[in-house]
Design a protein around this ligand. Sequence first.
Ligand code: UDP
Length: 423
Amino acid sequence: METSKLHAVILCSPGIGHFNPILELTNTLILHHGLKVTILTATTPPAFQLLHSPEDLNIVTLPPVDISGVIDPNATAMTQIAVQMPWFLSLASYCQVLDKEVEGQFGDRTEPLRIPGCKPLKPEDTIEPMLDRHDQQYRELVRMGIEFGQSDGILLNTWEDLEHETLEALRKNEELTSLMKAPVYAVGPLTRVPVELTGARDSTLTWLDKQPRESVLYVSFGSGGTMSADQVTELAWGLELSGRRFLWKVRTPVDSGHADAAFFTGGSGEADTADVILGKFLPHGFLTRTSNVGMVITRWVPQVEILSHPSIGGFMSHCGWNSILEGITKSLPMIAWPLYAEQRMNAAFLTDEAGVAVRSKELLGLKTRDEIKNMVGSVMEENNPMRKRAKEIQESAMKAIEVGGSSHKALNQFIQDCMSKLQ
Ligand code: UDP
């Protein structure tokens, strides 16, 4: 007779960057905590991501409609899962106060923004939704911050050692907890583990097999990050001038200023074919001149398998939270190149707090080939201190998720709290 298992139903917001950590959370809940899980999602994940999915997982793909309002935030036993870091959660929750206290645009300030109990946010790291207070995105952020505080609990994709101070502020700082009443559980890092791909080995991996250990910089701007045509050209020159090996996942440039132009299509809806992108936007002769050291690819690639490959020695990333976690759990130093959403805040965390990344001085404008060349040189340097620091962080991440580690315990506690709410 089948024993009755706790059945969790998870509603996942659109976008592969939201789906991936949910899938990992689900795997952990099933394999290590004995639950049964159904995911409701509007995102169709690449098939390899579902390889080795456990039996108790059921995925229901919904038609592409707005599902953000499907669950009432006041419903019982409902939990919000934030895929971002605690610092962002603190800011989002406190935004309702900043909204009343601060006059004018946040980005025009000279003083950092105070977030109770947390590291202040420098004006240059202001998150994208806060750049224009008249914009719908900003109003959504304030609303979301209020809703976070009213939920029954928040799972965070991080771990105690990585962000202890901010987690403590979310639990104990009176000013913050008067707004953010929900308990927070640090249950990460929830990152996909590399899988043995079926069929022919992906061409990116066979290319990496031939490269020396830790010699290749992986360059990718997530599932939807895009940049201007001029910036793509400068990046190509910067990579070439660095003389380092690289694997570059490139996307059709967009000059509209919308750096997240491909977020919801995740690249599956690329307007241009690979030949067009490569021929039209890369400097003349670039592919030929770099053919011995570089690989350029326009399609969806198995990022986790790439980052886990021993030939990878550094990661240039748009600083989506999944990519950050995937990079630091492989102990890779990074070039932080934020594009949209809360990525500038993530980049500030990586460089100023975690000490595993460099970033450009040029925040919104064009990053030049020389600066890019220098950044590539410094992260790929064999004995750079960022590599050592990344290794330490990777070790602390592994400790957190093992049985008895802080994240494992936090997920157990969360399940117990759910059970008591259901009784
Ligand atoms: N990703 C991938 N192949 C690609 C591009 C992205 O597997 O070609 C995955 C990547 O490993 C990560 C996710 O897509 O898990 C992107 O999430 P992230 O939070 O880094 O950025 P977002 O795309 O949400 O901005």
